[in-house]
Design a protein around this ligand. Structure first.
Ligand code: KIV
Ligand code: ZN
Length: 392
């Protein structure tokens, strides 16, 4: 039996992801994404923020009523009206989760909430207790946790677990943390909160410094059991932890993390493409895991290595994330071995001399054309064969 810990994947593409500037989705599109997330095998779908708008309410309600196989979460601020509205949307779900949040950092307490530390704790406990009256599965998020004083964060986490929170989420709301910092926050909570064993600790990292995936993994190393993330890493500002990256990091380096998830990784690329098409947010070409270049090789030395043994230059198999196959891109950096291989794939068995001539012509063409496709190569070969025929 495997001794790997299974980390819960909480997908918030439909909530935090939808908060990406320019990424709103219509109702039908949200249903398509919800189905794709179920197929992908996420543990929790955060379907929306029910009090935010009638559309959000309807999306959470319809996903709750119709989709089985994952917990369905609805977000609410820490007040009765929000919590009641969230429950109203969630109540038919097979496995509902009420997700209550309240900021804990000094900056938010002073400038946004105008609340004392004691008032934060009082409100947090009251919010969890109200949600608990509806549903056993309650998540509490300490918004801006990464900038919260550690002693105070420990007090809040202990109080909300005492009130019945089953998951406590530790967000780096503004993407300020570093991996060592986030790891220390989770370790501090694990070591210092006496009832921490009664709840799952979760991470929700934003990507303002490009560290969301690294910060999430650092928390996992210290014992957190859930990661909040989005497809393609979409979300507020620079986005959230990218689901495909964090899942493949844990799987590819399970030797290091001793963790895995229930994600069907072969659906990562199709799900990424669906979300990109629906939101209109392009996936960066060189994005890890799902970018078009993630399994493309152009350098001759790399192509030669790939043809001899794919593990020379690939740490994952493209088919394991849903790509067809490795792409040996033919361009000015390509080598003779890749060209010979491509010619063979195109149905031409060429002699060493024919390959030598072809390679020379190919390099001349590559200097004037950025990408060379199969029809260019076939054309060069046919021209060479035709001129040999006419000389014969
Ligand atoms: O970034 C954040 O803090 C959030 C919370 C509501 C979980 O999105
Ligand atoms: Zn967020």
């Amino acid at each position: 039996m495997s001794d790997k810990r299974i980390i819960k994947i909480f997908d918030t593409t439909l909530r935090d992801g939808e908060q990406s500037p320019g990424a709103s989705m219509n109702h039908e599109e949200k249903m398509q994404i919800a189905q794709a997330l179920i197929d992908l095998g996420v543990d929790v779908i955060e379907a929306g923020f029910p009090i935010a708008s009638p559309d959000d309410f309807k999306a959470v309600q319809e996903i709750s009523n119709n989709f089985k196989g994952a917990e369905i979460a609805g977000l609410c601020r820490c007040n009765d009206q929000d919590i009641d509205r969230a429950w109203d949307a969630l109540k038919q779900a097979e496995s509902p989760r009420v997700h209550v949040f309240l900021a804990t950092s000094a900056i938010h307490r002073e400038f946004k909430l105008n609340m004392s530390p004691e008032e934060i704790i009082e409100n947090a406990v009251a919010g969890v207790a109200r949600a608990k009256g509806y549903c056993d599965n309650v998540e509490f998020s300490t918004e801006d946790a990464a900038r919260t004083e550690m002693d105070f964060l420990c007090r809040v986490v202990e109080a909300v677990i005492g009130a019945g929170a089953t998951t406590v989420n530790i967000p780096d709301t503004v993407g300020y943390a570093t991996p060592a910092h986030m790891g220390a926050v989770i370790k501090g909570l694990m070591d210092r909160v006496p009832n921490v064993g009664d709840a799952v600790l979760s991470l929700h990292c934003h990507n303002d410094l490009g560290l969301a995936v690294a910060n999430s993994l650092a928390g996992i190393e210290q014992g957190a059991g859930q990661i909040e993330c989005t497809i393609n890493g979409i979300g507020e500002r620079a986005g959230n932890c990218s689901l495909e990256e964090v899942v493949m990091a844990m799987r590819t380096r399970s030797d290091f993390y001793s963790c895995d998830t229930g994600i069907n990784s072969r659906l990562l690329v199709p799900t990424s493409q669906l979300v990109s098409r629906i939101t209109g947010l392009d996936v960066q070409r060189n994005k890890a895991i799902v970018g078009r270049n993630a399994f493309a090789h152009e350098a001759g030395i790399h192509q030669d290595g790939m043809l001899k043994e794919p593990t020379t230059y690939e740490i994952m198999r493209p088919e394991d994330v849903g790509f067809g196959k490795t792409d040996l891109v033919m361009g000015k950096h390509s080598g003779r071995a890749a060209l010979a291989d491509r010619a063979r794939q195109l149905g031409f068995e060429l002699s060493d001399e024919q390959i030598r001539v072809l390679f020379k012509q190919f390099k001349l063409l590559a200097d004037s054309k950025k990408a060379i496709d199969d029809s260019d190569i076939a054309h060069l070969i046919e021209r060479q064969l035709a001129s040999a025929d006419s000389e014969a």
